[in-house]
Design a protein around this ligand. Structure first.
Ligand code: FAD
Length: 357
């Protein structure tokens, strides 16, 4: 963010950007705090967009502990992280927000006067009257065995870090790298589709649901799947067109195996990184953004909620993120509708605005 971000925005926005292109609120991050921000925006009848670097919504709950049981979300004596994300997603989608996954916000800049321009890693520019940062512990991105080498491979070369369309694996020779829930789930999910399927994990034990591991072992015993442990990725091989054609894996003694494959699926978990956010002109307290009681940062019209927001007595919990979201949206209203104050509404009294189902 440039220094201009700190200027008083109380000036008419110019005609540089078509009015239709401007959202009221852009939410950075679709973790629990971001999803509830989207819902809160809907209640206030604010046009909203949410952007996340991950292929799925849910933040830490999806990336780090989808099957764990959470005990401290009000109203749910117990709920798995995955189920909570599904409910939050359903609640947020009632207002049909624009949702952009697999895009990392790399910059936020104030255009002439009031409009904020949000730039993403995909090269897209989005315009907004306010921005709510719900970036948690940073942008998640899939781990790959070798950052430098894998930077040059993508789906076009047959290297995947998520399954978005199962049909791309149909009739293919698939190698999956990984030993967690998503690796095992996709062994089960692709066993029928693939021509051949091998899973490679660096340990003999898989860190996945016991019943799924048992099913995978049944498939291995039947010869449908090869389970190759304890082996590590060593190198990738490509054909003349640059498409993956094999992968070499090796065990601790250095014994190598070359596995034929035209689909390499890396399901090795995620890494997180605050990345470009720390370079914006925001006031930080350690790795969190300092906010006032209205959840506003030092930059007018830019708010922070959830794990990334720092204020006295902050506890980093899902439920505090929900409260932060509601407060931030209320206080974003004067930026969305200049001269208007946020009106507090009980949804039980007024119901949902017409956008909601
Ligand atoms: P996150 O969940 O971190 O989501 C942030 C999202 O922002 C991510 O999806 C990330 O990809 C995205 N993002 C970041 N930067 C960018 C960018 N520049 N561009 C685009 N996208 C970006 N809390 C509880 O209340 N109860 C529990 O039982 C509990 N158990 C936990 C167990 C574990 C193992 C862990 C790790 C945490 C647990 N927590 C628990 C904490 C809880 O998960 C967090 O408080 C919560 O996820 C914070 O939500 P958030 O939306 O603020 O951020």
């Amino acid at each position: 963010m440039g220094q201009t971000m700190l200027e008083d925005p109380e000036v008419e926005f110019d005609s540089l950007v078509d009015e239709e292109q401007i959202e009221d609120i852009t939410v950075i991050g679709a973790g629990p705090a971001g999803l509830f921000t989207v819902f809160s925006a809907g209640i206030q009848e604010a046009k909203c967009r949410v952007i996340d670097s991950m292929p799925q919504v849910g933040g830490q709950l999806t990336a780090l502990y989808p099957e764990k049981i959470i005990y401290d979300v009000p109203g749910f004596p117990t709920v798995t992280a995955k189920d909570l994300v599904d409910r939050l997603h359903e609640q947020a989608m009632q207002f049909s927000p624009k949702i952009h996954l697999n895009e990392t916000v790399v910059n936020v800049e104030r255009l002439k006067h009031r409009v904020l321009q949000v730039t993403t890693s995909a090269g897209n520019l989005y315009y907004s009257r306010s921005v709510i940062i719900a970036a948690g512990i940073g942008a998640f991105s899939p781990r790959v065995p070798d950052e430098e080498v894998f930077a040059t491979y993508g789906e076009e070369q047959g290297v995947y870090t998520a399954v978005r369309d199962k049909s791309r694996f149909k009739g293919r020779d698939v190698v999956i790298l990984g030993g967690g829930d998503s690796a095992v789930d996709w062994v089960l999910g692709l066993a029928e589709e693939a021509n051949s399927l091998a899973v490679v994990h660096r340990r003999n034990e898989f860190r996945a649901q016991g019943h799924s591991v048992a099913k995978m072992k049944e498939l291995a015993a039947a010869g449908t799947v090869r389970v190759i442990t304890p082996y590590n990725y060593k190198s990738i091989h490509t054909d003349a067109s640059g498409h993956v054609c094999a992968v070499t894996v090796e065990d601790k003694s250095g014994e190598a195996l070359e596995l034929k494959c035209d689909r390499l699926l890396c399901l090795l978990g995620f890494k997180n990184d605050l990345g470009p956010i720390v370079e914006w002109d925001l006031r930080f307290e350690e790795s969190s953004i300092k906010v006032d009681p209205d959840m506003q940062t030092n930059i007018p019209g830019v708010f922070a909620v959830g794990d990334i927001a720092a204020y006295p007595q902050k506890i980093k919990l899902i439920l505090t993120g929900f409260a932060d979201a509601s407060i931030a949206v209320q206080n974003a209203i004067p930026y969305i509708r200049p001269g208007k104050k946020a009106s507090h509404v009980f949804t039980s009294v007024r119901g949902l605005p017409s956008g909601g189902k």
